[in-house]
Design a protein around this ligand. Sequence first.
Ligand SMILES: [Mg+2]
Length: 181
Amino acid sequence: MAFYRKFIPSLYYPTIFDIDYLLLKKEGITTLFFDLDNTIIPNDVKQIDNKSLEFLQQLQQNFKVLILSNNVLQRVKFASFTIPYVYKANKPLKKGFKQALKLVNSTKEETASIGDQLLTDIFGSRRVHLKHQILVNPLNKRADLKRTRFNRFLAKHFIKKIKKHDFVSYSDKLREYDEKV
Ligand SMILES: [Mg+2]
C-alpha cells in the first residue's frame, strides 16, 4: 500500500454533530474514541461546552465513548468533565490506542476514532486497524500549537499526493477538509 494511503480517512464529516452514528451502529461499532483539541472543543477553550457535553452523554447511551488526547493530564481531565479519557496518548503511536481499547474493553473491529488531524488521529487509527477513522474539520485552526501547525503542513503534503493519485478518495473524504485547513 502506498504510504500516502495511510492518511485517507474511512469517512469524513464537517463536525462531530454531522457524523452518521446510526450507520456506525449498523456496522457493528460499539466504541467511539474522540480526539479532544479542535475536535470536541477549540484548543484555546478550557472546558467542554454544554451542547457538546450533552451530545457526548447522549452518545454514551448507545456507545462506549472515550476521549483520546495527546494533551497533558491537567488539560484533558478538566476539559473532558465526566467523559472517560486517555491523556498523553502520543498518537500516532500505537500505545495510547491500545491503552484506550483496554480501558473500555473493546476490540479494534468494533471501534471508530474521530479526529481533526491526519498525522495523529487518522494515521494512528489506521496503524492499529480501527474499523473506522473519521475525519472532521478543526474547530479553530488559528490557535494551533506549533507542533500541530507543523503536522498540518505535512498533512498538506500528503493531501496533495492523494489528490494526484486517488482523486476519488480526495473528492469524497478530503476536499472539503483541504479547503478548511
Ligand atoms: Mg485535534
